[in-house]
Each structure stands twice: as C-alpha cells, then as structure tokens.
Design a protein around this ligand. Sequence first.
Ligand code: AMP
Length: 192
Amino acid sequence: MTRMLIIGPPGSGKGTQAERISARLGVVPISTGDIFRANVKGETPLGIEAKKYMDNGDFVPDSVTNKMVRDRLSESDVENGFLLDGYPRTVAQVEYLDQILSEGDEKLDVVLQLTADDEELVSRLLGRAKETGRSDDNEAVIRHRLDLYHEQTEAVVAQYADRGILTQVDGIGAIDEVTDRVLQAIEAAQAV
Ligand code: AMP
C-alpha cells in the first residue's frame, strides 16, 4: 500500500500527521499547500499567482494546481509511493488525479480522513496564527476555508467512500495519539 492521500479540514493536523506517516512508511509526502508556500516565499511566478487566492482562503485555480501536481508526480522519487496532503480538494481535481494515475496504470490505495469539530478547528487555527503568523490564519479567512471544505472537499471524501478506500480517523487528541490511530487505520486498511 503505497499511494495514499490524507484529507481533512484546515487545522485538523494533516500536515503534521502526513510528515510523520510518510517518514514511518517510507513514502514521499507531497503537500500542495507547502509547495505553494515555498513558491510564495521564493516569489516565483507560480507563487505570485497562488498568493492572490491563498491570502483570501480561496482555492488556487485547478488549471494551476493540477499542472503543479502532474509535474510533481512525474519526478522519480515518487516511484516507491507517496502521500498526498491537500490534493485533491475538488471533484474536478479527483478526476484529474485519476487521469494522471491511470496513465501510469496506478491508483490510490487508501484515503485517510482526519475528522474534527469546526469550533475546535477555529480555536486551533487562531492559536497557530499567533505562533506562525501564517497570512491565511485570521478568523474570517479560517471560516471561509472551513466553508470551502464542507462545500467542496466533503464531496471528494464521499467519492472515495463510494470506492471503498476511505478510512476515517478522529483528529482530536495529542499528536502522538492521533499518529498511532492513523498508523493503525492504515494497517487495518492494508489487511482488507
Ligand atoms: P493547506 O496548507 O493545505 O491548508 O493549503 C493552503 C492553501 O493553499 C489553501 O487554502 C489554498 O489556497 C491552496 N491550496 C492547497 N492545496 C490546494 C488544492 N488542492 N487546490 C486549490 N488550492 C489549494
């Protein structure tokens, strides 16, 4: 089981868990949010374009995001598996990812959803805003990002549930506890 996706609302800790799981399982973590942030920092053309959307908590357009993911997945380090974090977030992105993977005769093995209550997420993200000064962590933007998650990304989760590859994990608790739950869930999914 090597091709995975972690999905969850903003603030559910998916970035932290993605790093831990990929280190443990020896697969490459691919976070679209991190790639965008690195480009924003480097002031590349991609970063300048993405920043317009990110600062408002909007999705970067599919035309930009899909191409970026296609390029990343064509690199040789993903041959032994990958863990996508933050992509796909829309049904159109699911279709695009299906297409990329099918070209290499591949498909996703498991989709892991981290769950958490909205109010818990808002308070976590407001805490993170103080620590990191991330420009998309103020309350109005946080609530908008949560709305987008409910409006668009839950439909993505539903598609993977229909395919029978979805595993849900409670994202509330100490980081280590959640990591244990996630690793157990992946193991259980592998045993199916
Ligand atoms: P994240 O770190 O995953 O919360 O992503 C931060 C921001 O990057 C999001 O709020 C979006 O503006 C942008 N972003 C990341 N992944 C995607 C995606 N799959 N589609 C569109 N925008 C994305």
